[in-house]
Design a protein around this ligand. Sequence first.
Ligand code: ADP
Length: 487
Amino acid sequence: MADFVGAIDQGTTSTRFMIFDRAGTEIGRSQIEHRQILPAAGRVEHDAREIWENVRKTVDGALANAGLVAPDLAAIGIANQRETVVLWDRATGEPVAPAIVWQDTRTAADLKELDAELLRERTGLPPATYFSATKVRWLLDNVDGLRKRAERGEVLFGTIDSWLIWNLTGGELHATDVTNASRTQLMNLTTLDWDPVLTEIFDIPRAMLPEIRSSAEVFGVTSSGVPLAAAIGDQQAALFGQTCFEPGDAKCTYGTGNFVLLNTGTTPVRSTHGLLTTVAYRFKSQLPVYALEGSIAATGSAIQWLRDQLGILESAAASETLAARVDDTAGVYFVPAFSGLFAPYWRPDARAAIVGLSRFHNSAHITRAALEAICYQTRDVVVAMAQDSGTDLDCLQVDGGVTANALCMQLQADILGVPVSRPAVAETTALGAAYAAGLAVGFWTSQDELRANRGESRRWHPSWSAEQRQDGTTRWRAAIDRTLDWV
Ligand code: ADP
């Protein structure tokens, strides 16, 4: 068997291909950012064609960087940004509209008519612009002739995993995995199949939906002969990459948004504190494993906003040095509710605010407040998770782009009051997709083998007093209140 496994990590801001050896060590990578198309307030789009080209380029680039060729890969897996909607023409394989990204809020007005109780019961998800269903309906209703063509089976829907499976198998397979399907708000969480009640509510023709498969099985073979052996939503992939295989294991990934997932085993746990119930992974025909999830829409994207829209940062990494110029935010709080507030609030009417400013404050205070906001939002979700599950975290396992920021991770330990641990391989999303693909083809033989690969690169311990933490949390909640009822 070949000595390496590859993983496509198709994220919100960039596409990576990473190659790992049997010890889970990175051997090579290539990464390309794609355009964030922002045609109007609240709208966020991607070009699916650009994304597919970036996948091809990064696969070739990473193989070249590692001095390998495709046959050196035993399998490849896909981890992908979830919920984002791609519609394409079955005959030509061309997208028929821009991809609508999970952060897009154009369907906010449609939420009022939805039955929250029914949706939560069937899908584990509340009504929100976040999920795919309202976005698919919007395209069918707003692009000329699309609904008719979709009814005839000429136009296909997929989340990014489906789009990549379709392209990687040369247009032979229209499939998705159960974790991605669980984010469309069209899949029934118990039957793990498309739910006719939901497709009727959202008015989505069955003919355009992909086949739902497990997360780790051979979907097909790429044009260079490598088995495509996993597809899994990026947050579930990170849970897998952190080897959170036991009920009670949890991780937080810090990227464009933050996502805390807690493995709850083979029974779905219904949240009463604003969390989502979702499929964590399913291995071939085994029972599915479920998770409770706290999704936070804007965390790293607040840093991007300071860099790109305000121009006060040269780079995302510069946020650490700038924020370190001051000892604290001097009373400034920044709630980056650019797309409303997700978990645990679910308030689409919220919009971002920076509060507590006086003339004394400068870009360092605002940047530090953006870092603190990442941590306070995570704390809100971790508290909800403890309330739902009845167990407190004793340590938070972290990964993702923002964990490169040591100041932010120290603030996270301070604001949570528990240690924060970053693994040796910070790219756990790609690693999780590689693990799932490698297990599916027998490259790895057990979860224990994967657990043995896990090492810690750094740990941060809380340094704030309980009083400081309490005071900060109270002020943060007051800042949250200021953002509500805005649109
Ligand atoms: P995604 O998979 O969502 O594209 P990544 O894990 O690649 O996200 O992380 C990218 C995000 O992390 C961006 O929003 C960027 O602003 C933020 N980021 C990257 N490096 C840093 C850093 N050193 N400090 C703070 N934020 C950072």
